[in-house]
Design a binder for this molecule. Structure first.
Ligand code: ATP
Ligand code: MG
Length: 441
């Protein structure tokens, strides 16, 4: 295993001062997989004060948990003292952590075998629970008794699904059974921590593993809408899957971007609530995008997503099924509705949605999206007016022409903007000034 020079350096400084030190956890796992770790964690027998005394640039990140960040060449390395987690009384946080001199104790408290390996150049790989073999066969397995481990910390259940999605691994049978039994206890975990794991799951290489949140019962706790989608079939020629399966397939067909994958996850959230049956037994889902944007917002609020992500996702949900006739005017209006910066995302959402439907009219549907994209590019290339600030006149002109400051200015600009969106040729200063004269007379 090739440790970066800084990591080797930290480890040898600790070792030459009589301590043990190893790279540990995610970085060891990623190295064995041939991936480049995104950060390096070090575990050591040295106490936090001893670590701090040995390095010139450190700061206290989680000193009460034994973590000191050592800064080298501008990169932070978390150096954590070997520890045993005390009793978890609430299924969330250990009551206290105790430092220990034993690497084995430290590895035992970790969640999964693949995350419980340590390495340094002098001792080689320390793999006490069969992590390397589980990595080779692609298995997520709890360290020790899964029922105990998930009772200590309920978040580990969702982490198991998240790692299985990131690595494309299966969850070992006993571990999976324990998740099914203890799923309701996820209720103790904060929305923020659930959000972190869900984002990692949905932006992974295997977003289809989201199916397991339903199969294990975890979604019941924080995403009951997903259960309803999984249990909602759709009888109509556009679809071959239930709402939930269609949603899952569409997620696999969208680029691995947070907003896009969340938009796919939520795009049909309101279909069950909007479902009707016509006289031929066919299902319809009128207004599901509008209602869906509301439900998506509600879900994202609950999981404490930031406003920016929430707004973007909700715009995509709301407009995912807009299908205006392709005219320059209609596409300009659509760009204005979703926002220019979101338009590429809207096209990606539409394509993923289409490809997760039946073959019925598939070619026509894709050709329609292509035509929409083409028109969009033309509008951008032509620099058509897409915002009031793109008008060739401004509020200043209106004031100079004697319009009193206030609401009236906004109204006039909006009226001119509407005209110009319909016909970009009208965005010339002379014409607009004449129009204003006519309006204020
Ligand atoms: P990532 O690539 O997502 O950072 P990671 O394995 O490094 O994956 P972290 O959440 O950064 O995951 O945690 C670092 C290590 O700490 C894990 O590899 C694992 O050994 C241990 N760990 C983290 N969270 C828990 C937990 N809830 N219970 C037990 N051990 C945990
Ligand atoms: Mg990590």
């Amino acid at each position: 295993m090739n440790l970066p020079a800084d990591v080797q350096n930290i480890i040898s400084i600790l070792e030459s001062n009589g301590h043990e030190a190893y790279a540990v956890g995610g970085c060891v796992r990623d190295c064995i997989l041939g991936k480049v770790p995104h950060d390096w964690d070090i575990t050591t027998s040295a106490l936090p004060e001893q670590v701090k005394a040995l390095f010139s640039h450190t700061f206290d990140t989680g000193i009460e948990h034994g973590t000191v960040t050592v800064l080298m060449h501008g990169i932070g390395y978390e150096v954590t003292t070997y520890r045993v987690d005390g009793k978890y009384e609430d299924g969330r946080h250990p009551k206290e952590v105790t430092f220990t001199a034993s690497l084995e104790e430290d590895l035992k408290r970790r969640d999964f075998t693949i995350n419980a390996m340590a390495y340094n150049d002098s001792k080689g790989l320390v793999d006490l629970f069969g992590g390397e073999s589980d990595l080779q066969t692609g298995i997520i397995k709890a360290v020790g008794d899964p029922m105990e481990r998930f009772t200590e910390d309920a978040l580990r259940m969702l982490r198991a699904l998240r790692f299985s999605a990131q690595l494309g691994f299966e969850i070992e049978a006993d571990t999976y059974e324990a998740i099914k039994k203890l799923a309701p206890t996820l209720e103790r975990i904060s929305a923020e921590r659930i959000q972190v794991e869900m984002v990692k799951l949905v932006t992974s290489d295997h977003p289809e593993k989201i199916r397991d949140i339903y199969d294990t019962g975890l979604s019941k706790v924080f995403f009951p809408e997903f259960d309803v989608m999984m249990e909602c079939d759709q009888v109509n020629k556009h679809h071959i899957y239930s709402v939930g399966e269609h949603t899952i397939v569409s997620m696999t067909l969208a680029p691995a971007d947070k907003v896009l994958r969340l938009a796919m996850m939520l795009h049909d959230i309101a279909k069950p609530a909007c479902k009707t049956v016509d006289e031929n037994g066919q299902n319809h889902f009128k207004m599901h995008p509008v209602k869906g944007a509301e439900m998506a917002r509600d879900f994202m609020r609950r999981l404490k997503f930031d406003n920016d992500t929430t707004d973007k996702v909700c715009i995509l949900v709301k407009n995912h099924d807009d299908r205006p006739e392709i005219t320059p005017r209609n596409i300009r209006r659509l760009i204005i509705r979703v926002g220019r910066d979101n338009f590429d995302s809207l096209l990606a959402v539409k394509r993923a949605d289409c490809l997760a439907q039946s073959m019925y009219h598939r070619e026509e549907k894709l050709a329609y999206i292509d035509a929409m994209e083409k028109e969009y590019h033309k509008i951008i290339a032509d620099e058509d007016c897409l915002a009031i600030k793109d008008l060739k006149v401004s509020g200043k002109d209106l004031i100079q022409m004697g319009v009193p400051q206030g609401q009236k200015i906004g109204e006039i600009l909006k009226a001119l903007f509407d005209e110009v969106v319909d016909d970009p040729n009208l965005n010339n200063r002379d014409y607009l000034l004449k129009r204003i004269e006519g309006m204020v007379k």
